[in-house]
Design a protein around this ligand. Sequence first.
Ligand SMILES: [Zn+2]
Ligand SMILES: [Zn+2]
Length: 217
Amino acid sequence: MLHVETFEVGPLGCNCSVVADVAARRAIVVDPGGDLPLILASLQRLAGDGAPLTVEAIVHTHTHIDHVGATAGLQRASGARACIHEADRFLYDLLPVQAALLRIALPERTEMEGSLSDGTVLACGAFELGVLHTPGHTPGSVSFVVSAEGESRVFTGDTLFQGGIGRTDLWGGDSAEIMRSLRGPLLSLPDTTLVIPGHGDGTTIGHERRHNPFLRR
Ligand SMILES: [Zn+2]
Ligand SMILES: [Zn+2]
């Protein structure tokens, strides 16, 4: 069975998700933006009485500071690799500038693999997390799709929110590109796909297709 726990972390309330195959004792962590103890507690809760879950990978929908705050600590605790889309590497190099602009404490840095490309598939026990490149909020913004037991979920980061879309006025943002990402790969997903955005409440592709003011024609 696929288990997904989503909870707010960090100074800007980034949605962090633990995606786990509990039977296989494996998990992928999406967007560890802060609050490492909450993330470790989720991994322990999902493990039940057994050994802690093995973290296969730490993945990021994009490399804004509020999505990477606990990455180094989680990597140290789990030994997992940390992955971004290579086109966002400049943002990781700009962390001190992001910290100053947003008045957030500068997080510890770590090694980021630029291994998330469009079409990349990450295995997590019996499940696979597929990568869609959905640039616009940042050049290396990606969405993650996971399907199990007839239910699909997409983690959209700050590209698509319930009733909104991501801002494009920060480093490398592009408003035409985010619209292409939304109307292309994201709105191509079935209406029933659950959306877990980078901030705020979850929604579905169908709900956003019909009600999101930025997507209605
Ligand atoms: Zn962002
Ligand atoms: Zn964010």
